[in-house]
Design a protein around this ligand. Structure first.
Ligand SMILES: *Cc1c(COP(=O)(O)O)cnc(C)c1O
Length: 377
């Protein structure tokens, strides 16, 4: 069997161990320390001059704290993009609130601004103003975030931007994660850079990241003894993981360039196949192309579906995966309200994520292309 080609695997730059060694040498083996502080500064300065970051144990933890800070309480409603990974929506459930799912639009595959406004109006008419809106920049493609911010502003609802997949993506030069009142990032093993596991909460308001750090470290009030006036969490990032993150930040720009080059290779290879389509960058949009994705329209292929390609790749020990199955189709969210026109349903039906790791070499690409040739011959 030929070696496995993964969808997206960790890719170390080489300097990570220096930071980790330093942590050992100075005995900062704890969920605080110089690497945590340094990593937060690295993230913030990469994103924007005037933003702050709190390094946390995961992107999911960051979303959970973002919702706590937004004041979400049991019985509240939170609007969330339906087409996403379940981690975007699960923290709503942690707080015994109800997710209200909103469909995608076809240009970016992310939250449709029109459907969002329909949902807001209808929830308000039903007597429940949503407490927050969670748009997602899927696969690195920025959502229609300016339009979403405009609508959210009109109804005065905070936006929590799920930029877990979109570190380095931007709209008109403004980075994903910096539009909303809070942004969240993930450094899980499969993301564009990794700390093995980790996340961050970012905000322009320093009080917000300070609050996140406070909540993430068991919410200890200022007192010599342990005094608590809030429910706390143990969500801080380890100084060891942050060391990996510091090294990864040094190569982030290369990783983005490489992922974009992988996408370009797929695009060049398949743009001539009538049944295959891609998601292009709208004007002013810049995607980190975390994952390269394609749609395969079986009506135009004489029966070739995304499953045909997925299984053919799998037979060659190459990992690929259908697009995220929308949350409104998931058993755990059976009873959640949903607004949409079946766009994300269709994307799920026809869409496939192709191997996109920045550490894939030419030989790997050739193996993938051979399968594509066979399937679409
Ligand atoms: C990965 C991911 C998360 C969760 O991040 P973790 O660090 O794995 O907890 C949230 N939302 C989206 C869209 C993701 O892809």
């Amino acid at each position: 069997m030929k070696p496995k080609i993964w969808l997206s695997s960790p890719h170390m730059g080489g300097t990570e161990l220096n930071y980790v060694h330093e942590a050992f040498d100075t005995n900062w083996v704890a969920p605080l320390g110089p690497n945590v502080d340094g990593f937060e500064k690295d993230i913030a300065s990469f994103l924007d001059d005037k933003i702050y970051a709190a390094a946390l144990s995961s992107g999911t933890a960051a979303l959970h704290l973002a919702l706590v800070i937004a004041g979400v309480e049991p019985g509240d409603e939170v609007i969330c993009q339906s087409m996403t990974f379940s981690a975007s929506a699960n923290p709503i459930k942690y707080l015994s609130a109800t997710p209200v799912f909103v469909d995608s639009e076809t240009d970016t595959w992310n939250m449709c601004p029109d459907t969002l406004e329909t949902a807001i109006k209808d929830r308000i008419a039903k007597g429940k103003k949503p407490k927050a809106i969670i748009p997602v920049h899927l696969y690195g493609m920025p959502a229609r975030i300016n339009e979403i911010m405009e609508i959210a502003g009109r109804y005065n609802i905070p936006v929590i931007e799920d930029a877990a997949e979109a570190l380095g993506s931007s709209v008109n030069g403004k980075m994903c994660g910096t539009f909303g009142s809070i942004g969240i990032l993930s450094f899980n093993g499969n993301k564009i850079i990794t700390t093995s596991g980790g996340g961050a909460l970012v905000a322009h308001d320093k009080d917000v990241t300070a609050k996140a750090t406070f909540l993430a470290t068991q919410a200890r009030d200022a007192a010599p003894h342990y005094q608590h006036s809030h429910v706390g969490y143990n969500y801080r990032m380890s100084n060891i993981c942050a060391g990996i993150g510091r090294g990864q930040m040094e190569v982030l720009k290369d990783r983005i360039e490489r992922r974009r080059a992988v996408y370009e290779q797929y695009h060049a290879k398949m743009k001539g196949i009538v049944s295959v389509s891609f998601v292009d960058e709208p004007a002013g949009y810049y995607s980190n192309r975390w994952l390269s994705t394609v749609l395969i329209d079986p009506a135009q292929t004489g029966g070739v579906t995304r499953e045909t390609l997925r299984l053919a790749l799998d037979a060659e020990n190459i990992e690929s995966r259908p697009l995220w199955k929308p949350m409104h189709l998931q058993p755990i969210f059976d009873n959640a309200p949903y607004y949409g026109k079946g766009i994300s349903d269709k994307l799920f039906e026809n869409g496939l994520c192709l191997p996109s790791g920045s550490n894939m070499n030419e030989e790997d690409m050739m193996r993938i292309f051979e399968v594509i040739d066979k399937v679409f011959k």
